[in-house]
Design a protein around this ligand. Structure first.
Ligand code: NDP
Ligand code: 2IT
Length: 448
């Protein structure tokens, strides 16, 4: 009989042989697979069903040409994608990323993580992800609109409210979702449930813009509480300065923490008095400007080139909210030496495999992305419900549901870790609970 360990190793070897050039996807798969041994030991039926080989292969990967005309009248061509990874639990659901680094590997890692994140919310959504190597930075609104229209002209063939429901991610916010939705509607019909993260005026949900950041803080608060800690009086470093970072810092500040930093791909700002949320939002959302403006306008702030994870002073909690692999093993060791006792992930896969090992060795309370940042997609699923009902819930109602979902996710990660004798390994707990749910749904539906 195949042992659990041998089965996982053999599956990973095949995955590497097939996808050797997809470093980020293999990293996400390795992180996930490396926690599953206890499950296969207790449930050999998953081995008999060869679930790992099935769950690591996307149901479908769509790639397409996106031609558009720039402001000088020149024809540009980008590449668009949609990875429809797994629909065992519900329609494919996950964001669209517009960033020059987007490729199939990045979207497969994101789509793979999304399957498990989505099932942890307890809502009926499968996993998918999409996007393009288009760079919205420095583009005019009209250029972004033309790009979005061209992108949706192709994407609309593959999506629908019961089929696949995209939303935002890096480089895709309310403006882009508005343009994408407008083009979808023109080619189809009014069907608000085809995209989430819509502006409020046509089916968007209250709290969706805030949901990932707030959800991250709600999850982290539960993790801290379970260990006799809280945000009150803590010094927090947040990376990124986009959607997730902004609302994470707002909520953490509300709970009594001092968030001393935000960052972008060029540098970071330190403001020991606490980052000023209103000024940050004005700079990022209204002016679409860089963080250097924050430091220029705020006498208490300083701007530094490079990664915020090189900041050398003492602090307590790290909330990475920028992008994948922003914290490597060396940075994680520095964090521990600086007194950081909790790392909770707003971004997807911000910690590399070595960093995760450092957290584990040093007993750092670790909130893995697929659990800690599930608040965004959870409120997206609530937006889908509101669109189906043709109702909109109040801010309080959505926020209360979000808090309940994040608390449940933490409890699931905690109790599953305990059930398998894994102590405070919340990563393994979240992975195992999510895996069991998806695997059971797949088995019940036969070999499809
Ligand atoms: P935004 O586009 O709003 O902001 C992205 C932020 O990250 C910007 O500050 C950006 O800086 C920074 N960033 C992007 N790429 C890099 C890079 N290569 N190096 C350093 N900094 C970088 O995106 P979101 O806030 O929506 O997304 C942030 C993270 O959260 C992503 O990992 C995303 O997948 C994840 N996430 C998002 C959810 C959502 O609902 N939006 C839900 C769950 C997770 P710059 O302006 O210089 O590019
Ligand atoms: O990574 C994510 O969970 C998101 N970008 C949000 C996905 C969604 O469908 O709201």
């Amino acid at each position: 009989m195949t042992t659990a360990k041998a089965y996982i190793q053999a599956t990973f070897e095949t995955l590497k042989a097939r996808n050797g050039h997809e470093a980020e996807f293999l990293q996400a798969a390795e992180e996930f697979l490396s926690t599953l041994e206890p499950v296969f030991e207790q449930h050999p039926e998953y081995i008999e069903e060869n679930i790992l080989a099935r769950i690591t292969e996307p149901e479908r990967v769509i790639s397409f040409r996106v031609p558009w005309v720039d402001r000088e009248g020149k024809v540009q061509v980008n590449r668009g994608y949609r990875v429809q990874f797994n629909s065992a639990v519900g329609p494919y659901k996950g964001g669209l990323r517009f960033h020059p680094t987007v490729n199939q590997s990045i979207l497969k890692f994101l789509g793979f993580e999304q399957i498990f994140k989505n099932v942890l919310t307890g809502l009926p959504i499968g996993g998918g992800k999409g996007g393009s190597d288009f760079d919205p930075k420095g583009k005019t609104d009209a250029e972004v609109m033309r790009f979005c229209q061209s992108f949706m002209t192709e994407l609309q063939k593959y999506i629908g409210p019961s089929q696949d429901v995209p939303a935002g991610d890096i480089g895709v916010g309310g403006r882009e979702i508005g343009y994408l939705y407008g083009q979808y509607k023109r080619l189809n019909q009014f069907d608000a449930g085809v995209l989430t993260g819509k502006p409020l005026g046509f089916g968007g949900s209250l709290i969706r813009p805030e949901a990932t950041g707030y959800g991250l803080v709600y999850y982290t608060q539960e993790m801290l509480k379970a260990n006799g800690e809280s945000f009150a009086g803590k010094k927090v470093v947040v990376s990124g300065s986009g959607n997730v970072a902004q609302y994470a810092l707002q909520k953490a500040t509300e709970l009594g923490a001092t968030v001393i930093s935000v960052s972008d791909s060029n540098g970071y700002v330190i403001d020991e008095n606490g980052i000023d949320f209103d000024l940050l939002q004005d700079i990022k959302e209204k002016r679409r400007a860089r963080l250097t403006e924050y430091a220029a306008e705020k006498p208490t702030a300083t701007y530094h080139e490079g990664s915020v994870w090189t900041y050398a002073e003492k602090y307590d909690i790290a909330l990475p909210c920028a992008t994948q692999n922003e914290i490597d093993g060396a940075a994680a060791k520095r964090l521990v030496a600086q007194g950081v006792f909790c790392v909770s992930e707003g971004a997807n896969m911000p910690s590399d495999l070595e960093a995760i090992a450092v957290y584990k060795e040093n007993g750092v309370y670790y909130g893995p992305a697929k659990a800690a940042n599930a608040g965004g997609v959870a409120v997206s699923a609530l937006e889908m419900s509101q669109n189906s009902l043709r109702l909109s819930w109040t801010r309080e109602e959505v926020d209360t549901r979000l808090q309940g979902i994040m608390t449940n996710i933490f409890n699931t990660a905690k109790t599953t870790a305990e059930k398998y004798d894994l102590g405070k390994d919340y990563l393994a707990g979240a992975n195992i609970a999510a895996f069991e749910n998806v695997a059971d749904a797949m088995i019940a539906q036969g070999i499809v």
